[in-house]
Design a protein around this ligand. Structure first.
Ligand SMILES: Cc1ncc(COP(=O)(O)O)c(C=O)c1O
Length: 369
């Protein structure tokens, strides 16, 4: 099992500090800082007896509810144990034998391909171009590949790639399946029209997670939206009962309370926009520090005079766990990621980072004098 590509292990950090995991603020996990939508946890608690029965074997009702909620074609939507389940079964289901991963990105695409014995290469975007995609370069790199794995907005760089650019790419390479991980797309304003699931492309598979926006990573539920024929093949590869009873309940609750869910999403988007701006303002002009633009729940930072491990150690002294991004292929030891939390924590984290960067820039200046 590929469990080593993930960062921010709060349990290990707590053991190292000799404290409880609850005493550490986890700024390494990218979930909605406002928490689950109102009423959801209460509903699950009230329906806990549901775990005494087998849930629907293919979570068909939950899949249909999600499809309606997102205005997607029901026949192409499948529910799974998080998007992770689809990442690991897609190489087999879609018969992929050569793939391109658009990096630097979430490690599980390459891990899932490797575990399935699929040959894969990375197409890297670079910090010098703000991690944007050069479509012509990607078209050339992906020629002949069975699949391209792409995350939008991308983890860990944070940027959103325009839907039109991605649509053109998918059209230009009709024999290549584009696996679009849209786990963070609900954090982008107007995400409904931006999803490639609405583009009606025969070679696009969209993945959507409920873990992030709905702050329920422990429930394990996500979706795959694929063209009809491929959707049926993917369904045939899904194990029975992979979406548990509580997870199915959660999806149906969200869909039945569409207004509340929509308001929660909107409030989250506004909150994140405001808080990202606060962090950007506090870090503006700090020497030796670059703050990358983000449309998601997290921000990627790049240091000149210190490493991610250095700053992570300093932050942990203040019980803040951040994500050292050096194990993302295509990044290096200077990159780290913080996820947005409550306003006080965001300010505290930004000020600690700014203070540390200034300190190290001064030392570097003295050493170079
Ligand atoms: C880009 C991306 N895709 C997928 C996942 C996994 O999500 P899920 O909980 O739906 O399996 C993560 C989790 O961090 C992620 O960052």
């Amino acid at each position: 099992m590929m469990i080593h590509g993930h960062g921010g292990n709060i349990f290990a950090a707590a053991t190292a500090l000799g404290c409880a995991p609850e005493d550490i603020t986890d700024m390494s996990a990218n979930i909605n800082p406002l928490g689950p939508m109102p009423g959801l946890l209460h509903h699950l608690a009230e329906n806990i007896h549901g775990v005494c029965r087998l849930p629907e074997v293919d979570a068909g009702q939950a899949a249909a509810a999600f499809a309606d909620f997102e205005d997607m074609d029901r026949s192409g939507v499948i529910a799974g144990a998080g998007t992770t389940e689809f990442l690991y079964l897609l190489p087999r289901a879609a018969n992929i034998s050569a793939a391109v991963v658009v990096g630097p990105t979430y490690a599980d695409y390459a891990d899932a391909l490797a575990i399935n014995g699929v040959k894969h290469e990375f197409f890297m975007r670079h910090d010098s171009q703000g991690f944007s995609i050069d479509p012509d370069r990607l078209k050339t790199a992906a020629k002949g590949a069975d699949a391209v794995f792409l995350c939008n907005p991308n983890n860990p760089t944070g940027g959103y790639t325009d839907t039109d650019l991605l649509t053109d790419l998918a059209r230009a390479l009709p024999d290549t399946v584009f696996v679009m991980d849209e786990s963070y797309l609900p954090f982008v304003s107007g995400h409904g029209e931006k999803s490639l699931a609405h583009a009606d492309l025969p070679n696009v598979v969209v993945l959507r997670s409920l873990s992030k926006m709905y702050c329920i990573p422990g429930l394990r539920v996500g979706f795959c939206a694929a063209p009809k024929g491929l959707a049926q093949t993917i369904r045939n590869h899904c194990p029975p009962w992979s979406v548990n009873a509580q997870a199915q309940q959660a999806v149906i609750f969200i869909a039945q309370n569409q207004d509340t869910a929509g308001k929660h999403e909107e409030k989250t988007r506004q909150y994140l926009k405001d808080q990202r701006a606060v962090i950007h303002r506090r870090l503006a002009g700090v020497p030796g520090l670059r703050v990358h633009d983000s449309d998601a729940t997290f921000i990627l930072l790049q240091a000149r005079h210190f490493t991610a491990a250095d700053v992570a150690g300093r932050m942990l002294e203040h019980r803040l766990l951040i994500r050292n991004c050096e194990n993302f292929k295509g990044l290096d030891s200077r990159f780290f990621r913080i996820s947005i939390k409550d306003p006080d924590t965001n300010v505290k984290a930004a000020d600690l980072i700014a203070g540390y960067a200034r300190e190290r820039a001064q030392t570097a200046g003295r050493e170079n004098a």
